[in-house]
Ligand binder design. Structure first.
Ligand code: ATP
Length: 231
């Protein structure tokens, strides 16, 4: 995305955000509360209409596509609140993913996807509401895969999860990346971002204030302190 300006009503939240995720990469977008991370993801998937700038995916301008049309391009957004269907079973939630899925050959068979998720495959008949926070996060990601995602936008996937479940989500993201799925990861937890991503963008008050590799970010005490509140 390049020079993205977006907000809500008269309030401009993003003031010209540019970032890129190459094929097969994991890239993080980190920053304090309210910096505009979620708004950036929403702009990519067409939930927020940018007032300037462009979003391109595989060389195609997708800036003005609706949320539904963006999903059909195999870009999937897993929001922070996870939005699985609590009254539907694990298997049914995955079927729903297929309904909204991409229009290329990359949409995946729900059964096959389920087999990749150790925690979910044992109990395909459990209702969404009966799942733990970590299992709900896994299910939300699994549903995006069924829809055929090859760019996953994950909004704080480890939020509220116990440390051992955070490790499971990290393993999952690594496995997906090994399969060639690119990930744009929004994280409050800089440790998770450093663990998973190759490159990092730091967003502060709607502007990218830093871009670097994990080693560069780790060693940059000023950025860690001033923009991320980590010392
Ligand atoms: P957080 O981790 O707290 O979600 P964030 O970096 O993801 O932070 P955003 O959620 O993108 O930040 O919010 C950026 C700004 O936009 C905040 O000031 C927030 O209050 C505002 N905002 C977010 N959603 C809306 C909305 N639907 N309507 C109006 N303002 C909003």
């Amino acid at each position: 995305m390049s020079g993205l300006v977006a907000g809500y009503g008269a309030t401009e939240v993003l003031h010209g955000v540019s970032l890129c995720v190459e094929r097969g990469e994991v890239v993080s977008l980190v920053g304090r509360n309210g910096a505009g991370k979620t708004t950036t993801l929403r702009s990519v998937v067409g939930n927020v209409a940018p007032s300037a700038g462009t979003v391109t995916f595989r060389g195609e301008d997708v800036t003005d596509l609706s949320a539904e049309a963006t999903v059909r391009k195999n870009v999937a957004f897993v929001p922070e609140e996870r939005r699985i269907f609590p009254g539907l079973t694990v298997a049914e939630n995955l079927q729903v993913g297929r309904l909204g899925g991409g229009d290329t050959a990359e949409a995946r068979d729900p059964e096959a996807v389920l087999q990749e998720f150790e925690n979910l495959r044992e109990h395909p008949d459990r209702k969404g509401a009966a799942l733990s926070g970590g299992e709900q996060q896994m299910l939300a990601i699994a549903r995006a895969l069924v829809a055929g995602a090859d760019l996953l936008l994950l909004d704080e996937p480890t939020e509220g999860l116990a440390p051992f479940v955070v490790r499971q989500v990290e393993d999952l993201v690594r496995n997906l990346n090994d399969e060639g799925i690119a990930v744009l990861l929004v994280e409050q937890n800089v440790g998770v971002a450093l663990e998973l991503a190759d490159r990092h963008y730091v967003l502060d008050r709607g502007e990218i204030v830093y871009h670097g590799t994990s080693d560069q970010l780790r060693e940059n005490g000023e950025v860690m302190d001033r923009h991320l509140g980590v010392t």
